[in-house]
Write a protein that binds this ligand. Structure first.
Ligand SMILES: [Zn+2]
Length: 291
């Protein structure tokens, strides 16, 4: 130290002044580092402009970890493409969110697979009609199959059109259409029915196909109805129904529950339940056209 001070003096520098100067320089340096780190922190801060999900990886096929709300703030710790790896400020939530849900100027990908039903022609065949009432309930509710198949088909039509599909109906009101006339050109054909048996015990949904090229559609729709619907699952079966036999298209006949079973009958008549089944059919069709 003494030698250093001596050296300073030889350069005509007062040691005390030198030390004060050195302290000031270090303080300014520390201040700059702190300011910079605070700035970094706000640079990495994002918030949600709409409700979204945190997923385990950087695209929508990864499982959802948390649902997060509009306005919530996160720290960005990484990114891949348009996805951001984030942690919450309490560090309890960590994962990936799509950049377009945040205040950052990130545009959502134009995904060609986002609307797999766009432009597809779906033929819906509401079973029975007119003088052919189909199955009838055994309870006092007097539910008729021909009414339920028409309601289901008309509701399903709206949902499919929302997805960009074109829908053809073999009947759109309470009229009788012969089986041989229940056909139209399209990408898939779906005949809609409700089952009945003399015993009121039988219940659940069955998906029928006939030609080989119809089985994949049947499997896909059945999986979706089983996953989302509340009807018990009777599986997929091959059956020589005329509406399936007379078409080369991928075609299925859906028996969406037993009108003859009191529990199924309540579900068939319930619009909310029908919505669940209809959404399952829409999802199944999307999966079918994506695969
Ligand atoms: Zn029927």
């Amino acid at each position: 130290m003494k030698r250093f001070e001596k050296w300073l003096r030889s350069k005509k520098i007062e040691p005390r002044r030198f030390y004060i100067g050195a302290i000031l320089v270090s303080l300014v340096f520390i201040l700059l580092v702190v300011i910079n780190s605070i700035k970094d922190d706000t640079d990495n801060k994002i918030y949600l402009t709409e409700d979204a999900e945190i997923r385990t990886g950087p695209n929508a096929s990864y499982p959802v970890l948390f649902n997060i709300r509009e306005g919530e703030a996160f720290k960005v710790i990484g990114h891949e493409g348009k996805w951001l790896e984030v942690t919450s400020y309490d560090e309890k939530q960590k994962g990936w969110i799509a950049g377009w849900h945040t205040n950052l100027d990130i545009k959502e990908d134009e995904n060609p697979n986002a609307q797999p039903l766009k432009g597809k022609v779906i033929v819906l065949d509401p079973g029975h009609g007119g003088g052919d009432q189909g199955a009838a309930s055994q309870t006092g509710k007097s539910t008729l199959e021909k009414d339920m198949t028409l309601d289901t088909s008309l509701e399903l039509k709206k949902k499919l059109e929302k997805e960009g599909a074109k829908v053809k109906l073999t009947r759109s009101d309470d009229t009788y259409v012969r089986l041989k006339d229940r056909k139209a050109t399209g990408d898939v054909f779906i005949s809609i029915h409700n089952d009945a048996l003399e015993s009121n015990k039988a219940n659940g949904a069955t998906v029928y196909w006939f030609h080989e090229q119809q089985e994949a559609l049947a499997q896909t729709l059945n999986a979706s109805i089983q996953k989302k619907g509340m009807l018990s699952n009777r599986g997929v079966r091959q059956e020589n129904f005329q509406v399936l036999r007379q078409t080369d298209m991928p075609a299925v006949l859906l028996e969406l529950g037993y009108i003859s079973n009191p529990t199924d009958e309540v579900m068939i008549k319930d619009k909310n339940h029908r919505q669940i089944v209809e959404n399952a059919i829409v999802d199944g069709l999307k999966n079918y056209f994506l695969s």
